[in-house]
Design a binder for this molecule. Structure first.
Ligand code: ADE
Ligand code: ZN
Length: 333
């Protein structure tokens, strides 16, 4: 089997995808029209032309604007359902998707509207495709600690449907320490915790995510390589990094995929995984990310298998499920 077919056949878990970042322009137009919401583009082509980002903030400005058309429960359902169809195509058999409640509640959309739509899609994906999923609620780090506390309060009635909390949005200037107390409260309430760190921000933010937020995984974390002591700790603790290669390229975290450090991190023993982040904006879903790094970095089948096994090992599924998928992947030739 060639590498491409091998990638397609590999079962995978996705651990870093923002559901609002899966919003394809075609669906955005359809929902904008049925909700009678104006968007500042005349055509799908115009939308795509606007996607020439050069850093995280220039992307986030467009990403938040796109989410404005989501109003009704069915809109959130349709958004998540379209993503699950991509998972089915890419053999993503388990996904842990982020959602940003504040992007919606700050526009007057009820928390229940968002979560009910997403949950219904998760239930249907399990039934129709056999894809399992968890929801992770992210706090927007450019907003205040107080706003994050309020969001955590709103999430408590839905505790059984939300496995964890995360931290996303503009990284530089908004270190993990800003949310130390919110994360302590979230952990006390029984949420697992993850945080974006070391995407545009320095290795110091990864230390803070580990020491102050006590995260179960680091999202991105590619800048950890700049700090040898941190690298030793990540390896010793088997701390997962949810790496997003096409995202890093599109947002100029790396200027050439051939220079991406994911293969080096893997070879050094860091528990790296492959993910799509915001696939509609960054030019590809899970398999596109696998293909991009395989072509640029010449990954072997054993390395591809290790990346896929890592994705299940780093996920929040049961140990039995982890073992089942690992054995299935190990047996692939
Ligand atoms: N929100 C959506 N995608 C993000 C990313 N790559 N970094 C930070 N916040 C985000
Ligand atoms: Zn992200």
């Amino acid at each position: 089997m060639n590498q491409l077919d091998f990638i397609r056949a590999l079962p995978k878990a996705e651990l870093h995808v923002h559901i609002e970042g899966t919003f394809e322009p075609e669906l955005m137009f359809a929902i904008a029209q049925r909700n009678e919401v104006e968007i500042p583009y005349k055509s799908v082509e115009e939308v795509k032309q606007a996607y020439n980002f050069h850093n995280l903030q220039s992307f986030l400005d467009i990403y938040y604007a796109g989410a404005n058309v989501l109003i009704h429960e069915q809109d959130f359902y349709d958004l998540a359902w379209a993503y699950f169809e991509k998972c089915a195509e890419d053999k993503v058999v388990h996904t842990e998707m982020f959602f940003d409640p504040q992007t919606h509640t700050d526009r007057g959309i009820a928390f229940s509207t968002v979560i009910n739509g997403l949950q219904r899609a998760c239930d249907d994906a399990k039934e129709k495709f056999g894809i399992s999923s968890h929801l992770i609620m992210c706090f927007l780090r450019h907003l205040s600690e107080e706003a994050a506390f309020e969001t955590l309060e709103q999430a408590l009635p839905y505790k059984d449907q939300i496995i964890g909390v995360g931290l996303d949005s503009s990284e530089v200037g908004h270190p993990p320490s800003k949310f130390e107390r919110v994360f302590a409260k979230a952990r006390e309430a029984g949420f697992l915790v993850v945080a974006h760190a070391g995407e545009e921000g320095p290795a110091e933010y990864v230390w803070e995510a580990l020491d102050l937020l006590k995260v179960n995984r680091i999202d991105h974390g590619v800048r950890s390589e700049e700090d040898e002591t941190l690298m030793a700790r990540l390896i010793a603790e088997k701390m997962p990094l949810t790496v997003c290669p096409l995202s890093n390229l599109k947002l100029c975290v790396v200027d050439d995929m051939a220079k991406h450090n994911i293969r080096r991190l893997l070879q050094k023993g860091v528990h790296v995984t492959v993910n799509s982040d915001d696939p509609s904006y960054f030019g590809g879903y899970m398999n596109d990310n696998f293909i991009a790094i395989t072509e640029a970095l010449d990954l072997t089948k054993d390395e591809l298998k290790q990346l896929a096994i890592n994705s299940f090992e780093a996920s929040f599924i049961s140990d039995d499920e982890k073992q089942k998928w690992s054995e299935q992947i190990q047996a692939m030739a």
